[in-house]
Each structure stands twice: as structure tokens, then as C-alpha cells.
Ligand binder design. Structure first.
Ligand code: OAD
Length: 277
């Protein structure tokens, strides 16, 4: 009883400290991973039992070699995942991040997720580090990188077998996501580095922090002297150097945190009025 009371007091203290850092911030970089979408019903990658890479071999499904070897298997697996995200809705964690835009002047979301749920929630500045499952492109990028193709229209118009064929070159169409062994979109990565260096606070939600180069961004922010806050129910590759750790699911921790930021902003505003009057 006493220890659970102490625990909840500690959680409250950490939330207050995080809220106070966010209330002072002019610029916030939010780095997200699969955990932020878990409460929308999208599986993560590395969690025991339920993680995609625990059940499936990424070498057979998420590399250019795998696609060359068995394009239908890879395309169909991504179609299955695409169906999951198309049917999913943003959760309270995604929505809380949108609310933060009313409280912090500049907010950029740097996401490793390919589900488009931050945009669906209403986040206005989202940098997609690993692409987006809802888009497709020519495997050969025959008209430049990326040669985007509307695969849904192609499939329904011509009832092609999967994967569909590129209307320009006749080669295969693939999902517009980053596979193992591929480089990240250059513009997205350089924006992410810049945001990590220039923000006042980096908030990291739901990533194991093991896949580079995205996993290096928290260390960039920390190295530049920024406050690093992590939200995750489990320890991650970031936990050891985060300034504040808010342990728990994003869908619960983030709305609570945003509420506290709102209160902290009000308190600051009242104090500022008093000191000028
Ligand atoms: P992981 O599956 O590696 O990690 C998911 C993280 O989310 C873990 O640290 C969990 O503890 C945490 N988590 C679980 N439930 C949560 C919740 N409700 N709220 C907040 N956090 C929660 O996923 P990522 O770190 O995103 O890349 O994986 C990084 C990359 O590896 C992915 O973008 C993907 C994958 O291979 C590509 O496909 C290129």
C-alpha cells in the first residue's frame, strides 16, 4: 500500500517535471515508433509473442532481395499490413500529440511508423523516416526516386495479379517503405537531424531505439544539451540516458502529460501577469 503510494507519487513528480519542461519549450521534436500505434491495434516489431519480427523473418519480407526472390509473398504481406492500418484509427496518444501543437510553438513529429496515423490524427508536421505503407512506387524507380504509383487504382482497374506492374516501365510495383539494407529518404533524415539538434525538448514515444539511423536521434538531442523525455511501458535503448522516463502506454501517459502542460502554461501565464502588474 505504502509502496504503491510512493510509486504513484514518483510518477506524478516525473510527469510534473516533464510538463514543466514542455511548458517552457519553444520547439519540440517528437520521435515515435511502433508503440505509439499499438493501442490502435497495429502490432509492434520486437515485443515478445506479438511483435512482427518475432513471428516473421524480416530477411524474407523486408529486403529488396526478398522482393526479387518472391515478389508476391512480400507484396501480399504488405497488403495484409496495409489493410490493418487502413482500418485503424488514431488513439488517444496520437491525439494528445496533436493537442501539444496548441501549447508549444513548434512541434515536429519524426516517425518511424509507416501507418500514417499521426497525419490521420491531425499532426501538421510529420517527417516519415521509413516511408508510408499507404503509398506504392515502381521497384526500379523508373522515373526518379520515388516513382509513386497509385496501386489501388491499378489493382481494381485491371485486376492484375499481385504485385501490380508499373504503368511506365512494366516492372513490379512495391510499397513505399524503407527495407533493411536501404537508405532512408535523404530529406526526411536531414530534417530529423536538424530538428534533434535545434529543439528544446525531445519527446520519444514507443520505440525500442535499436534501429539506426533513427535510433541515433535521441543521442543527437542529448549531445546538444536538450531535455530528453521517454514514454514507454518498458525499458529501451534510450532509457539509460533519458532525462525523464514516463513509464506506461502512450495512450494513457500522453493525455495526462498534455493536461499537465496546459496547467503549467496557465500557472506561468498567471505568474507573468502578476509580476508585470
Ligand atoms: P519496436 O517493436 O522495436 O519497439 C516498440 C516499442 O514500443 C517497445 O519499446 C515497446 O516497449 C513500446 N511499446 C509497447 N506498447 C506501447 C504503448 N502502448 N505505448 C508506448 N510504447 C509502447 O518498434 P520500433 O522501435 O518502432 O523499421 O522499431 C523500429 C523499426 O524497426 C521500425 O520502424 C521498423 C522495424 O524494423 C522498418 O520497417 C524499416
Amino acid at each position: 500500500m505504502l509502496s504503491s503510494l510512493r510509486h504513484s507519487r514518483a510518477v506524478n513528480d516525473l510527469t510534473e517535471q516533464a510538463a514543466s519542461a514542455l511548458a517552457r519549450a519553444r520547439s519540440l521534436a517528437v520521435l515515435t515508433g511502433a508503440g505509439v500505434s499499438k493501442e490502435s491495434g497495429i502490432p509492434t516489431f520486437r515485443e515478445a509473442q506479438t511483435g512482427l519480427w518475432v513471428q516473421y523473418d524480416p530477411q524474407e519480407l523486408a529486403t529488396p532481395q526478398a522482393f526479387r526472390h518472391n515478389p508476391k509473398l512480400v507484396w501480399d504481406w504488405y497488403e495484409y499490413r496495409r489493410q490493418l492500418v487502413v482500418e485503424a484509427n488514431p488513439n488517444s496518444g496520437h491525439l494528445a500529440l496533436v493537442e501539444l501543437e496548441q501549447l508549444v510553438p513548434r512541434v515536429v513529429v519524426l516517425t518511424q511508423n509507416v501507418d500514417g496515423l499521426h497525419q490521420a490524427a491531425g499532426s501538421s508536421d510529420v517527417v516519415e523516416l521509413h516511408g508510408n505503407l499507404r503509398r506504392s512506387k515502381c521497384f526500379a524507380n523508373c522515373r526518379g526516386d520515388p516513382t509513386l504509383i497509385d496501386a489501388t487504382a491499378l489493382l481494381s482497374e485491371s485486376r492484375q495479379a499481385s504485385p501490380p506492374r508499373c504503368p511506365h516501365c512494366g516492372g513490379y510495383v512495391r510499397p513505399d517503405v524503407v527495407w533493411f539494407g536501404e537508405t532512408l529518404p535523404e530529406a526526411a533524415l536531414s530534417r530529423a537531424y536538424q530538428a534533434s539538434e535545434e529543439c528544446d525538448v525531445m519527446l520519444i514515444v514507443g520505440t525500442s531505439g535499436v534501429v539506426h539511423p533513427a535510433a541515433a536521434l535521441p543521442a543527437v538531442a542529448k549531445g546538444a544539451g536538450k531535455t530528453v523525455i521517454e514514454v514507454n511501458p518498458e525499458p529501451s535503448g534510450i532509457t539509460s540516458f533519458a532525462d525523464l522516463i514516463l513509464q506506461g502506454p502512450g495512450g494513457e501517459v500522453l493525455p495526462r502529460l498534455v493536461e499537465r502542460v496546459r496547467q503549467a502554461k496557465c500557472t506561468r501565464a498567471v505568474a507573468a501577469t502578476r509580476s508585470t502588474s
